[in-house]
Design a binder for this molecule. Structure first.
Ligand SMILES: [Zn+2]
Length: 118
C-alpha cells in the first residue's frame, strides 16, 4: 500500500477513534447524572433500566470497534495494514474505505461470520 493511502486510513481510524471515545465518555456522563437524580416512582425506574440495557449494548459494540481500531493503527506502524488476517491477501481499498478496521477480506469475512454464528 502506498504511503499516501496509509496516511489516509490512519487519519480515518484516528478520527473514528476520537469519535468513539467521545461517545463512550458521553454515555458515562449521562448515566452518572441519571444515577444522581432521585427516582420518583416505578415508571422512572423502568425507563432507567431500559436505558441501561441499550447503553450497555452500544457500549460493548463501541468498545469492540475501538479495540479493532487500535489493532489497525498498530498494523499501520508495523506496515502490515490492509492484509487479511486469515489468507494474508490484500484487502481491497474500497472495502477499507467502508470499514478501515476490517480484519478480513470479503471472502474470509463470510467464512468468519459463519463460524461466529454457529
Ligand atoms: Zn482473506
Amino acid at each position: 500500500m502506498r504511503q499516501s493511502e496509509l496516511d489516509f486510513f490512519k487519519e480515518m481510524l484516528e478520527t473514528r477513534k476520537t469519535q468513539i471515545i467521545k461517545n463512550i465518555l458521553g454515555v458515562e456522563e449521562e448515566m452518572g447524572m441519571l444515577r444522581l437524580e432521585e427516582l420518583h416512582d416505578d415508571a422512572d425506574y423502568a425507563v432507567m433500566n431500559n436505558n441501561n440495557l441499550v447503553e450497555t449494548a452500544i457500549g460493548e459494540q463501541q468498545n469492540k470497534e475501538l479495540r479493532e481500531i487500535e489493532v489497525s493503527l498498530h498494523k499501520i506502524v508495523s506496515q502490515s495494514y490492509g492484509r487479511c488476517e486469515m489468507c494474508e491477501e490484500l484487502i481491497s481499498i474500497p472495502r477499507l474505505k467502508v470499514k478501515p478496521h476490517a480484519k478480513y477480506c470479503i471472502d474470509c469475512r463470510e467464512i468468519a461470520e459463519k463460524k461466529e454464528s454457529k
